[in-house]
Write a protein that binds this ligand. Structure first.
Ligand code: ADE
Length: 238
């Protein structure tokens, strides 16, 4: 998977792309990441201008962005623009994006990008949440991170991505490691008993409880067994 990031702050990516899973994925050649600075595409260094019609905030000019995009786009590229106006990123979208070979990420700054960029290049517009970042860079990193960890050969244990919250549309059950008593707080006995059927049931119950309590919206897309319904009813009835 190849990522090209169009950003006026290429240095912002240095540390996040040099640590942990992403560093390993790059070293193994599973992903490659390149940055393109639209400012370097200008003769005067100017990449923003006032809004037509008035209003606070500067707008990313179309010419430097177009030059940057034309320098990397091919017929096999998928173009993504990071913007709070975009479709909200979900694990399903991330999984779909893993099928693409080359993803070009536009990191907006200021008030946003001149609309003609959307008209001409028709990017997928993606938001990583209902809040406003100072630019698309952190959102681009979220996209690279979430895609990379799903690519074959990146995570040591494939199950660790399969059991993630959202991959199953349920939040994960609590997890514990040693020591089994910490500041008088104990690991639940069931997890130490070695009975795998009981452990699976306990985890399912905790998952259902947490999802019902914190993210009931996710339940609409989950698949339930008869036992799950019994648990949900029990939780609802206190
Ligand atoms: N740029 C600014 N805010 C953003 C958000 N929430 N998602 C994606 N890009 C952004």
């Amino acid at each position: 998977m190849k990522f090209d990031i169009v950003s006026i702050f290429p240095e912002l990516f240095d540390a996040p792309l040099s640590c942990g899973m992403i560093r390993v994925a790059r070293e193994k050649g599973i992903i490659s990441v390149n940055t393109i600075d639209p400012r370097a595409m200008t003769s005067d260094g100017v990449i923003d201008d006032y809004q037509f019609g008035g209003g606070a905030g500067m707008v990313f000019k179309p010419e430097p962005l177009t030059s940057a995009l034309e320098s990397v786009l091919t017929k096999d590229s998928t173009l993504v623009s990071l913007t709070p106006k975009g479709e909200r990123l979900t694990q399903k979208m991330v999984a779909d994006l893993t099928r693409h070979k080359h993803i070009v990420l536009i990191c907006g700054r200021y008030k946003g990008v001149d609309e003609r960029i959307n008209e001409i290049f028709k990017p997928m517009e993606i938001s990583i949440g209902d809040y406003v970042l100072s630019g698309g860079e952190i959102a681009a990193l979220a996209i690279i991170d979430t895609i990379t960890r799903l690519l074959t050969g990146v995570l040591g244990n494939k199950d660790s991505a399969d059991s993630d919250s959202f991959q199953t549309n349920l939040l994960e059950a609590p997890i514990y490691t040693r020591p089994h008593v910490f500041m008088k707080y104990r690991v639940p006995e069931v997890l130490r008993g070695g009975n795998h059927k009981q452990i699976t049931e306990w985890r399912r119950r905790k998952s259902l409880e947490a999802t019902l309590e914190r993210r009931p919206d996710l339940l609409a897309n989950s698949v339930f067994s008869k036992k799950d319904f019994e648990i949900l009813l029990e939780v609802l009835n206190g």
